[in-house]
Design a protein around this ligand. Structure first.
Ligand code: NAI
Length: 480
């Protein structure tokens, strides 16, 4: 029986390994982590992450061929294939601070593998890493090998949170990079055999190590660039009276462009896009390519601009101040169908409103009050460390409250900001919300989930990203 061990039981390690176990009953899969509470949650009825379909998959395999454990060394030493899916945060100090990937967790995992291994291993990079990381890992392992042979593979993960199980069941592609030597090719084949249990052969792409590592960074940069492109156009739409949904539809009809991922919004979030682009920018700079670095940096600048623009719209529409006003925030997760808040635009929008002294009342169907409070108090980039190693919140944010009900959040509010595209926000009783708000009542739709005309008919003043402006907003400055 092939034995797989995955180091890191997070958003990637948990779901990917659960699906491998589900699809390959003949393989034993153990997911290990340094976080005791995370492993306990994976072994309980309340999994540590929310992902549609995940519960079912885990329940069907857990205890049979899928295990979660903190006994890292034992399972690593017994495994044939070791996936490493640990955090790769952005460095906050030293060389490359604010851009480069911090490989502390990766390096400590590699050193531990070298310490405990007694038989040959295939080590698979699942985390997103800078190009050439495999070379560094290879050096750590071979310099400490004591006769054990290692093959390093790059197998970046392309799942999207919110649709992770669907993506893992039917991936657009599985990418495996390896050394172009007989041993390297054999290792690639061994990993291919795992995926071949359910992924069609033509969807399994094999490349050299560096292409695989770079493809992941490039893929995320392209995706984020699409969002920044449509968001840049949304600002121009507001200035000209064009409608960004109509423009995006017309543009996306070109088969070379395609219709997906063209929704204008308050900005992209999530743990990967910003981090991976910063990493790409740093790699370009290190390779003497400042023009290429600047090109990709602009994707992040537009994203920051879009979040600021949204906050400015809110403040300027409401008589240029939100001081002391109650603003309801509907949605805090970085997108629907996940409870993940890492780099969610809601953090920057809330901080912007709090900076103008607003009182905010937040409702999200999947995010806990504790998480929201941590996010609002945390410094940039601190979130991407194992939970028990994150710095303690410096001060609790008193001006923010969290509720479990959209009607409670909006009661008595002057304005409502929709920051996540949860389906349930389309179905709310907006007449009821309007009746219980201060007047004039404002809605700022950062995800274009509500129909502005229907809400205007109720009496709301409505701002929807990239849509023709309400007459109320026409003379207000778009950017303060
Ligand atoms: P996460 O923070 O949810 O999980 C990482 C886990 O690794 C944590 O539970 C942490 O306690 C554990 N860990 C850290 N160091 C460890 C060590 N030495 N030994 C054992 N466990 C250790 O992170 P997530 O989202 O799963 O991401 C992991 C990697 O995958 C990152 O490089 C990320 O960029 C990449 N990625 C993330 C995607 C996503 O949608 N979240 C998609 C594709 C790639």
């Amino acid at each position: 029986m092939v034995k797989i061990c995955c180091i890191g039981a997070g958003y990637v390690g948990g779901p990917t390994m659960a699906v491998i176990a589900f699809k390959c009953p003949s393989i034993e899969v153990v997911v290990v982590d340094i976080s005791v509470s995370r492993i306990a949650a994976w072994n309980s009825d309340q999994l540590p992450i929310y992902e549609p379909g995940l519960d079912d998959v885990v329940k069907q395999c857990r205890g049979k061929n899928l295990f979660f454990s903190t006994n890292i060394e034992q399972h690593v030493s017994e495994a044939d294939i070791i996936f490493v899916s640990v955090n790769t945060p952005t460095k906050t100090r030293g060389l490359g601070a604010g851009k480069a990937a911090d490989l502390t967790y990766w390096e400590s995992a590699a050193r531990m593998i070298a310490d405990v291994s007694k038989s040959d291993k295939i080590v698979v990079e699942k985390s997103t890493v800078p190009v050439k990381t495999a070379e560094a890992i290879e050096k750590i392992l071979t310099h400490n090998s004591r006769g054990v042979k290692y093959q390093i593979l790059s197998n970046p993960e392309f799942l999207a949170e919110g649709t992770a199980i669907q993506d893992l069941f039917k991936p657009d592609r599985v990418l495996i990079g390896g050394r172009e030597t007989p041993e390297g090719r054999k290792a690639v084949q061994a990993l291919k055999d795992v995926y071949a249990h359910w992924v069609p052969e033509d969807r399994i792409i094999t490349t050299n190590l560096w292409s695989a590592e770079l493809s992941k960074l490039a893929a995320n940069a392209f995706l984020a660039q699409r969002i920044s492109s449509v968001n840049a156009i949304s600002a121009l739409c507001e200035a000209t009276g064009a409608n960004v949904s109509e423009v995006a539809y017309a543009v996306g009809k070109d088969s070379r462009v395609g219709p997906k991922f063209l929704n204008a919004s308050v900005g992209f979030g999530g743990s990967c896009f910003q981090k991976d682009i910063l990493n790409l920018v740093y790699i370009c700079e290190c390779n003497g390519l400042p023009e290429v670095a600047d090109y990709w940096r602009q994707v992040i600048k537009i994203n920051d601009y879009q979040k600021n623009r949204f906050v400015n719209r809110v403040v300027s529409s409401m008589f240029n101040t939100v001081s002391g006003k109650k603003i309801a925030v509907l949605g805090f997760a970085f997108k629907k169908d996940t409870g993940d808040t890492r780099e969610t635009p809601a953090i920057d929008v809330c901080k912007g409103l709090l900076g103008d002294n607003a009182k905010i009342s937040i409702y999200d169907p999947q995010v806990t009050e504790d998480q929201i409070r941590r996010d609002l108090a945390m410094n940039k980039f601190d979130w991407d460390h194992p939970a028990h190693l994150q710095p303690m919140s410096p001060t609790a944010v008193k001006q923010a409250s969290v509720t479990w009900d959209a009607y409670e959040a909006t009661k008595g509010a002057h304005g409502v900001c929709i920051l996540t595209e949860w389906d349930e926000f389309k179905e709310l009783d907006y007449q009821r919300i309007y009746d219980n708000m201060q007047k004039p009542a404002f809605i700022f739709d950062g995800r274009n989930v509500v129909d502005p005309e229907t809400l205007r008919a109720i009496g709301f003043i409505v701002y929807s990203i990239g849509k023709p402006l309400d007459s109320w907003l026409k003379d207000m400055p778009a950017v303060a």
